[in-house]
Design a protein around this ligand. Structure first.
Ligand SMILES: [Zn+2]
Length: 196
């Protein structure tokens, strides 16, 4: 059994939820099984039953395999093709439900949805105290603070030595090659770096 880093086990967590919901899960029961994101769980269960997500589990298995190979301390973004198919970018489901599905902390979801923040901004940059390390976050996740304890404990943000950046870029590249997709904004973009 390989040791799973936080970044790997957090992607595995998403895989486990989707795998569970892919097994002809009744939408009402899905809502009850996932009280943190009841509407989104029902939505996913319905999509699986209608066979609209027939090709995502194989892609996700590939992503999990690659990520376990690199075992990063911070989770890369979920494959953009899968995210699009399951409705992560849709405005119909609340930010909180999507955030809970992705294991984002409430403090960060709140700051994202109330202050309407897009990616790492001036406020994040002003928090940065130079320590010779690079700040990394899962692409698409916007921490309420770069020092958010809960986001750190969930493998969504962290500081890494400059020498470790290349490893994450290699992981991004391999994901881009093995999981090509058409989402123009997210080409080879699974992480966000600050202070490189
Ligand atoms: Zn937070």
């Amino acid at each position: 059994m390989t040791y799973a880093s936080k970044g790997s086990s957090e992607l595995q967590r998403i895989y486990n939820i989707l795998k569970n919901l892919s097994m002809e899960f009744d939408p009402d029961l899905a809502s009850k099984a996932y009280p943190q994101f009841p509407n989104f769980a029902a939505h996913l269960a319905k999509l699986f039953i209608d066979d609209r997500l027939f090709d995502i589990m194989q892609r996700l298995e590939t992503q999990v395999k690659i990520v376990f190979k690199y075992n990063p301390s911070i989770r890369p973004a979920l494959d953009p093709y899968i995210s699009t198919q399951i409705g992560i970018f849709s405005k119909e489901i609340s930010d909180f439900e999507i955030g809970h599905f992705l294991n984002y902390p409430d403090c960060c979801i709140k700051s994202f949805s109330e202050e309407i923040r897009y990616g790492l901004d001036e406020k994040h940059r002003s928090e940065m105290k130079p320590n010779g390390e690079v700040f990394v976050t899962t692409a698409g996740f916007i921490p309420h603070s770069i020092y958010c304890d809960e986001a750190i404990s969930k493998g969504l943000v962290g500081f890494i030595p400059k020498s470790s950046v290349a490893n994450l870029k290699k992981l991004e590249k391999e994901l881009a090659i093995l999981l090509p997709h058409c989402h123009s904004e997210y080409q080879e973009h699974y992480y966000e770096f600050m202070g490189e």
